[in-house]
Write a protein of this length. Structure first.
Length: 216
């Protein structure tokens, strides 16, 4: 008897990228929910005001890791949000794919690390939680590299550039631009002649995809 299939869905991107607005909107449209460490960290601090932000973030990250490990072990569907900035989550996702999971990943990125820092600062002013600037700078590098590591293992991948600012007076969210689409393990956007139009931050990812994956 074949093993029960399961699906791991990932909403990824460095802090401030707007991954919730990109992937979260897709999930909500389809009636889904997901593990959001930002929400868990905020709830933890509300429940225990003595917790500092770093402790709350660590608690939320560890809880998410444990849930992912349990989902892989039990071959259960699981959806979660991550910066994809560390090796632990990346290795677990590769393990899941090797065990037969369908790995669906939505990734949001911005044109520069400075824009990530700016967006996080704006979020803090509205009551969001602070992320140390060195962490954002480190994740800007490691998250992109980990996404490339996952390319051979994804079933579905959508990479968006979320850099464009909308009118803040109207409260509009940034408009994401699709820069890479992989379906059933094959690239269906962009075409090779369109790679030159890819935003600079995403070019290493798109170029790597063409080296690793077939075209649809």
């Amino acid at each position: 008897m074949s093993a029960e299939p399961f699906v791991i869905t990932v909403l990824a991107g460095v802090n401030g990228a707007g991954k919730s607005s990109v992937g979260g909107a897709h999930l909500e449209q389809n009636g889904g929910d997901y593990y959001n460490p930002d929400v868990v960290a905020r709830s933890a601090r509300e429940a225990s005001p003595s917790l500092i932000a770093q402790e709350a973030n660590a608690y939320a990250w560890n809880r998410g890791r444990a849930l992912l490990e349990a989902a892989i072990a039990g071959r259960r569907d699981f959806t979660f949000e991550t910066t994809l900035g560390d090796e632990t989550i990346t290795k677990l996702l590769i393990e899941a794919a090797r065990k037969g999971a369908t790995l669906n990943l939505w990734y949001a990125g911005l044109s520069s690390v400075e824009l990530h820092i700016k967006r996080v600062a704006a979020r803090v002013k509205k009551g969001g939680h602070r992320i140390p600037e060195p962490d954002i700078r480190n994740r800007w590098v490691s998250s992109h590299l980990n996404l490339i590591r996952l390319l051979p293992h994804v079933t579905t991948l959508r990479v968006y550039d979320n850099s464009v600012e909308r009118d803040p007076h109207k409260g509009e969210a940034p408009e994401p631009k699709l820069v890479l689409s992989v379906t059933n393990g094959a690239i269906d956007f962009p075409g090779r002649d369109e790679v030159k139009d890819t935003p600079d931050w995403a070019k290493p990812i798109v170029v790597a995809a063409f080296k690793i994956l077939p075209q649809a």
